[in-house]
Design a protein around this ligand. Structure first.
Ligand code: ACO
Length: 330
């Protein structure tokens, strides 16, 4: 417990214009609209243009989040970007976003935790606010996974979309109803090979062979990940509820990572929370990895589904393997 409380001050999001439907995918690989809908819940996803990189999407979400807040640009004291599809291996995408925003002399760094990236970034950010180091942090989840998708692999290419979501996290005043109540992040590196971009790092530097073997694209053993996803998201969510003397009935909204509708439904059932309290937008965006949660939150807040004072539970699972949850009063 720190000296202060952190709160979600505002959210913003962005998705590229171009939409790829299940019918479009039927023309690319041996798949059907019916298979994709029933096995994943996905109907369409947004795709970045050749000119759009992670920082471009991140910048738009950042502007939308800052404009929705009471915080001025100059009052942002730190930028954290969660991504596994950065503009470049280095410099960090957060430094590029900092430049685009015209901000200087504040720390900016990236987090790599796959689809759990936004949860990891928020867990880190709240420490800086709760111990009094900073008052306002810009946290962004951004992904352009379609740039590292293997368009010959029907097991994965139907799943991913591009988007960004951002929040301004601020110190909560004593009079504020909003606060982050608790958070928990976790990892199991022993299962990392089931979800990996194998080449392009120091293990397998880029070469003609790695490109020919498609090793710069996402490789995923989906059914192994599936089982872990439900178990892990439930475990961290359940622990957060228990240690705060809450249960499923106290939750107004669960905002789960949008990887698969069947995972979301299984999680809701295990948590004994009706689907009417679960935020779902997977049909419109597919799996946008670290962007799914802030994107879903932004949409739900702007449509006035989620309101100030609601108890929200965010939970995710992804490459690493990593998982984690955040319990907050919005
Ligand atoms: N169209 C038609 N058939 C397909 C497709 C497709 N697009 N993809 C796979 N199939 C086939 C397979 O070839 C297989 O056929 P077979 O039985 O003849 O071998 C069959 O469908 C079943 O394949 P499974 O992989 O067992 O299908 P499953 O029900 O597990 O669904 C999916 C696959 C959707 C990937 C699911 O496992 C899933 O959602 N996993 C979790 C993904 C996840 O949470 N990832 C973490 C976040 S991602 C990140 O961090 C970047």
């Amino acid at each position: 417990m720190g000296y202060y409380f952190a709160k979600f001050e505002s959210f913003g999001s962005f998705a590229p214009k171009k939409i790829l439907t299940n019918q479009d995918l039927e023309k690319i690989v041996d798949t059907t609209d019916e298979w994709i809908r029933t096995r994943t819940g996905m109907v369409e996803r947004h795709i970045a243009s050749p000119e759009e990189a992670a920082s471009d999407l991140a910048y738009q979400a950042a502007i939308n989040a800052i404009e929705a807040s009471k915080v001025r640009y100059k009052e942002i004291e730190m930028i954290i970007v969660a991504t596994i599809s950065p503009d470049h291996p280095f410099p960090s995408t957060s430094c590029i976003v900092q430049k685009k925003l015209g901000l200087k002399n504040i720390p900016a760094f990236d987090i790599s935790a796959g689809c759990t990236g936004f949860i990891y970034a928020c867990d880190i950010g709240r420490q800086y606010i709760e111990n009094g180091t900073v008052n306002n942090i810009l946290i962004i989840g951004v992904e352009v996974l379609t740039k590292i998708t293997n368009w010959n692999d029907r097991n994965t290419c139907v799943l991913f979309g591009d988007a960004s979501g951002a929040c301004v996290m601020s110190r909560a005043e004593p009079s504020d109803i909003s606060r982050i109540i608790d958070s928990k992040i976790d990892a199991d590196g022993s299962q990392g090979e089931f979800l990996i971009q194998a080449a392009g790092g120091s293990r397998l530097p880029a070469s003609a062979e790695t490109v020919a073997a498609n090793q710069h694209t996402v490789y995923m053993e989906g059914n192994r990940i599936f089982k872990n996803a439900v178990k892990s998201m439930y475990a961290s969510s359940d622990e957060l509820l228990r240690r705060n003397n809450l249960s499923g009935v106290d939750i107004d909204w669960i905002i789960p990572h949008q990887a698969n509708m069947r995972i979301i439904e299984a999680l809701a059932e295990k948590m004994r929370v009706p689907m009417s309290k679960v935020i779902v937008n997977i049909h419109k965006y597919g799996n946008t990895s670290s962007a799914t949660i802030p994107l879903a939150l932004d949409e739900s807040i702007r449509s006035k589904k989620i309101r100030r004072g609601d108890i929200i539970l965010l939970t995710s699972f992804g490459a690493g393997l990593t998982w984690g949850s955040i319990l907050a009063r919005y």
